[in-house]
Design a protein around this ligand. Structure first.
Ligand SMILES: NC(=O)c1ccc[n+]([C@@H]2O[C@H](COP(=O)([O-])OP(=O)(O)OC[C@H]3O[C@@H](n4cnc5c(N)ncnc54)[C@H](OP(=O)(O)O)[C@@H]3O)[C@@H](O)[C@H]2O)c1
Length: 330
C-alpha cells in the first residue's frame, strides 16, 4: 500500500524508521512527503531509503491537492503540527484525502478534538477508513480498545495523566531544575508540541480530553469547552516543599457524563506520591475509564517516546491495510 506523508517531523521520521524495520511483514511504500518549510518530495514508485533518511526536498507544492494528486497514495498519513484552537490545516488535509478516496491515519488530535463526528461520517459515507490511535496516549490502545474489546460497555467518565511534557517539567523542578530546563529536556526527547506552551498551559491535554469525549462519549465538544488550567504557576520551591510532604502534582484530565451532557476539565492537581495517578515515572501516561459494565479499569504506558507514537500510527496503517499478521508456525 502506498502512503503519502503530510508532515515529516519527529513522528513522521520515527514512523519511516519503523516501516523500514517491518517492511518484510508489512510492505508499505512511501510515495510522497509534504512539509511546511522543507518542501515536498514525491516518487509514485516509492521514495528510497536514503531519501527517507535524509530527504532532498524539491520546492514545496503549492497546495495539498497538488501533493496528494502527485503522490498517488492509498493512505494519507497526517502528521502536521497541532493547532488546538481550530484543528487546521489538518482537518482540510484529511478532507482533501477523502476527496481522492484515500484512507487517513493521523496522530494529530486537533481534528478529533474539533471535527470528529463530521470526519467520521464523511469517511463512512465514502467507504473509507479514518484512524487516530496515537492522538491520545501514543501507541497504547485507547480507541482500538473500545473498537474491538468492549462491546456494550458505556463510558461514564475518564481520568487521565495524558501530557508527558508537563510530567518531565514537574520532575525536573522537583530535582531543583528550572521550568525552562524541564521544557528543554522534554523538547530534546521529541515529545513536546512545536509550541511547548500548548503542553504546559494545558492545551494539549484539553485537546486530548475533547478528543476522548468526542469519540467515547459522543460529546460534540472542542478544546475551548474544556475548563483548562496548566502548570505554569508551579515553581521549583513549591514542588520541593510538596515533595518533602510526600506530595506531587500531575496535570489531570477529567471527563464525566452529567444530566446536561459532559463535564470536562484539565487541572494541575496535588496528589499523594503513592496515588495511582502520580506513581508512574518520567513521561508515563495513564488513563482510567469509569464505565457501566466494567467498573473502573485503565491503560498505562511506561515512559513512552516518539517511537510509541509512531507505533500507534503504524497500527492504524496495518488496520487500514487489512494485512493478515502471520502466525508463528508449529
Ligand atoms: N511527538 C510526539 O511525541 C507526539 C505524540 C502524540 C501525537 N503527536 C502529534 O503528532 C503530530 C506531529 O508531531 P511531531 O512531533 O512530529 O511534530 P513536528 O516535529 O513539529 O513536525 C511537524 C511536521 O509537520 C509539518 N507541517 C506543519 N504544518 C504543515 C502544513 N501546513 N503543511 C504541510 N506540512 C506541515 C512540518 O513541516 P517542516 O518540517 O517544514 O516544519 C513538520 O514536518 C502533531 O499533531 C502532534 O500533536 C506527537
Amino acid at each position: 500500500m502506498k502512503l503519502a506523508f503530510i508532515g515529516y517531523g519527529n513522528v513522521g521520521r520515527a514512523l519511516a524508521r519503523l516501516l523500514r524495520q517491518k517492511r518484510r511483514e508489512f510492505p508499505f511504500t512511501i510515495t510522497g512527503i509534504h512539509t511546511l518549510r522543507h518542501g515536498t518530495a514525491v516518487d509514485p514508485a516509492g521514495l528510497s531509503h536514503s531519501q527517507l533518511e535524509a530527504p532532498h526536498f524539491g520546492p514545496r507544492m503549492t497546495s495539498i491537492d497538488e501533493f496528494l494528486d502527485a503522490a498517488c497514495a492509498d493512505i494519507a498519513v497526517e502528521l502536521t503540527t497541532l493547532d488546538p484552537s481550530h484543528g487546521e490545516p489538518a482537518i482540510s488535509h484529511i478532507r482533501a484525502a477523502f476527496a481522492r478516496r484515500m484512507h487517513v491515519a493521523t496522530a494529530n488530535k486537533g481534528p478529533i478534538a474539533h471535527a470528529y463526528a463530521a470526519l467520521r461520517d464523511e469517511a463512512a459515507r465514502a467507504g473509507l477508513g479514518f484512524r487516530f490511535e496515537s492522538a491520545v496516549m501514543d501507541g497504547a490502545p485507547v480507541f482500538n480498545l473500545w473498537n474491538h474489546c468492549l462491546p456494550g460497555v458505556k463510558v461514564l467518565g475518564f481520568t487521565g495523566v495524558l501530557n508527558s511534557t508537563s510530567k518531565v517539567v514537574i520532575d525536573t523542578m522537583e530535582r531543583g531544575g528550572s521550568f525552562e530546563d524541564g521544557l528543554a529536556a522534554a523538547r530534546a526527547m521529541g515529545i513536546t508540541e512545536a509550541d511547548g506552551a500548548f503542553d504546559v498551559e494545558g492545551w494539549d491535554s484539553a485537546a486530548k480530553t475533547a478528543a476522548l469525549a468526542n469519540v467515547l462519549m459522543d460529546a460534540g465538544t472542542t478544546p475551548q469547552q474544556v475548563s483548562t488550567r496548566g502548570i505554569t504557576r508551579l515553581t521549583p520551591a513549591r514542588l520541593q516543599e510538596m515533595a518533602r510532604q510526600g506530595k506531587t502534582v500531575r496535570l489531570i484530565s477529567r471527563g464525566r457524563r452529567t444530566r446536561s451532557g459532559v463535564s470536562l476539565r484539565v487541572r494541575a492537581e496535588v496528589l499523594d506520591r503513592c496515588d495511582i495517578l502520580a506513581a508512574t515515572p518520567g513521561t508515563s501516561n495513564l488513563i482510567l475509564f469509569h464505565t457501566d459494565l466494567m467498573g473502573t479499569f485503565g491503560t498505562v504506558s511506561i515512559e513512552p517516546g516518539v517511537e510509541q507514537t509512531a507505533y500507534g500510527v503504524f497500527s492504524d496503517l496495518v488496520n487500514l491495510g487489512q494485512f493478515r499478521v502471520a502466525k508463528p508456525e508449529g
